[in-house]
Design a protein around this ligand. Structure first.
Ligand code: F6P
Length: 324
């Protein structure tokens, strides 16, 4: 292992920089050249890269976003695009590639690993936490904390105005952010893609909960089968005309900001572990964390297995409400 390529790809996530730093520093301290490619797979296809040195990755552990930039690369989905990427990597004498990203990135990395003889390792970085091969993805904890902070603020307004707020959070087709932020922010209801949404039941429930209470918060996962927060509010509204309803879509604030301590440590551990695996001849896998321990599993299994939040938390949330 003399030269290791690094990309961040897909949606940016807080902690990606901490991971780049960890990979680069671990490499430099072990006489390996870390090469960062810009804008995900795009940068590999176009041959845009930087030979990273210590000063490039100093003072980035605390920064959100990714210093390498990221993209959702369409060209990489084609065989021609991937051929260009492979010839760049070969031309740059890259011995292995580390891809930090979510399931789209991992799918790309997996195809790439089957088409070339350069080892690939995936490091899970996405706020969605929707990768089955790990308990936690880099960025999820920070996003969760951002959501909680926002919902706490919304609660102030909801309580002051006797309002019911429908708050939409990210997570694509998974309800990790929604379910866990609902519990942590004391929300009354949560709608997640993993459970069918019944509008009549929600209305009954909200009316019941509103008795003697000044506010209610409904957290809506963006991928919910009933629609986003605005759609749900529009469906509920004709059945709750005497109530003051509002919706708030948190959007991309969930992806930005300084990573939490949890994400910085996770990113630091996963980055170094990925390089260590390559040194030990372990590749074409993703790294993950299970029960607090770093593990590897095949990229295919990591993304193929169903990834769902602990649905017993729905019952917990129901038991944490104030009724009557
Ligand atoms: O995968 C991360 C994520 O933020 C999802 O939660 C969301 O659905 C999506 O990316 C938004 O992507 P974009 O920034 O490309 O609109």
């Amino acid at each position: 292992m003399k030269r290791i390529g690094i990309i961040t790809s897909g949606g940016d996530a807080p902690g990606m920089n901490a991971c780049i730093r960890s990979i680069a520093k671990y490499c430099l301290n072990n006489k390996i050249d870390p090469v960062g490619y810009f804008d995900g797979f795009d940068g590999i296809i176009d041959g845009r890269s930087i030979d990273l040195c210590f000063s490039d990755v100093d003072n980035i552990v605390q920064k959100g976003g990714t210093i390498l930039g990221t993209a959702r690369c369409e060209e990489f989905k084609t065989k021609e695009g991937r051929s260009k990427a492979i010839s760049t990597l070969k031309g740059n004498n890259i011995d292995a590639l580390i891809c930090i990203g979510g399931d789209g990135t991992f799918t790309g990395a997996n195809i790439l690993s089957s088409e070339m003889d350069i080892p690939v390792i995936g490091v899970p970085g996405t706020i969605d936490n929707d990768i089955a091969g790990t308990d936690y993805t880099i960025g999820y904890d920070t996003a969760l904390n951002t959501v909680i902070e926002a919902v706490d603020k919304i609660r102030d307004t909801a309580g002051s105005h006797h309002r019911i707020f429908f708050v939409e959070v990210m997570g694509r087709n998974a309800g990790f952010i929604a379910l866990n932020s609902a519990i942590a922010s004391g929300a009354e209801t949560v709608l997640i893609p993993e459970e069918l949404t019944d509008i009549d039941a929600i209305v009954l429930d909200l009316k019941e909960q509103s008795k003697g209470r000044r506010s209610s918060i409904v957290i809506v996962a963006e991928g919910d089968d009933g629609g986003g927060a605005k759609e749900i509010m529009d469906k509920v509204s004709p059945l709750m005309q005497r109530y003051s309803l509002r919706c708030s879509i948190l959007g991309h604030i969930q992806r930005g900001g300084s990573p939490s301590a949890f994400d910085r440590i996770l990113a630091g551990r996963m980055g170094a572990f990925a390089v260590e695996q390559l040194q030990n001849g372990v590749y074409n896998v993703m790294v993950g964390i299970k029960g607090g321990r770093l593990i590897t599993c095949s990229i295919e299994d990591g993304i193929r297995l169903n990834s769902s939040p602990d649905l017993s938390k729905l019952e917990l949330l129901r038991n944490l409400r104030t009724l009557g």
